[in-house]
Design a protein around this ligand. Structure first.
Ligand code: F6P
Length: 192
């Protein structure tokens, strides 16, 4: 592909409440990012036709809502499933499942939430997405923190142990350009 654009969804109500997972809608700030995203794409990819890939969750679709490109939803782009911890804050998880909390910290890539997923599980379910991505032209992917870490790590050759710890800030559009020597990354901050 010529160019891959990546973004987390705009800030969601759960992000504000510091709860993980769920299917909440965007906050006012998150909506402002969705509007800004349209301008940022117009400015940085003028005249280009992109296809927008989102997850099946509301916050990614709301983030894509002002873009007038063709859109496709992938279940495989849904956020890492936190199982029994879905909807909890990290403090609540630490209090209720202290052993799990420690185990995740010790090996975040392999740790699988009870009734949920590990980063390794996400990498495996992303395989068809990555394969399709390699065949496509310009794609904008709007997805979630853990999923973006996996996609970014794949293109940037980030080691498995490190990828779950990478900072992928909200309200930042990333442009990945595959080059002969590797992948060039440009991070565009929305300042919202
Ligand atoms: O807090 C936002 C979020 O996307 C959660 O929904 C998800 O569980 C978490 O980030 C993933 O990040 P980490 O693996 O660092 O907990």
């Amino acid at each position: 592909p010529r160019c891959i654009w990546l973004s987390r969804h705009g800030e969601s109500i759960y992000n504000v409440e510091q709860k993980i997972g769920g299917d909440s809608i965007l906050s006012e700030r998150g909506l402002a990012y969705a509007r800004k995203l349209k301008d940022m794409i117009e400015e940085n990819a003028p005249g280009e036709t992109l296809t927008v890939w989102t997850s099946t969750l509301k916050r990614t679709q709301e983030t894509a809502q002002f873009l007038s490109f063709k859109k496709l939803q992938w279940k495989a782009l849904d956020e890492l499933d936190a199982g029994v911890c879905d909807g909890m804050t990290y403090e609540e998880i630490e209090a209720k499942y202290p052993e799990d909390f420690k185990a995740r910290d010790a090996d975040k890539y392999e740790y699988r939430y009870r009734g949920g997923e590990s980063y390794r599980d996400v990498v495996i379910r992303l395989e068809p997405v990555i394969m399709e991505l390699e065949r496509q032209e310009n794609i904008l992917i709007i997805t979630h923190q853990a999923v973006l870490r996996c996609i970014y790590a794949y293109f940037m050759n980030v080691p498995q142990e490190e990828s779950p710890w990478m900072a992928i800030p909200l309200h930042t559009l990333m442009k990945l350009e595959p080059k002969a020597y590797g992948t060039k990354v440009t991070a565009l901050k929305a300042n919202i």
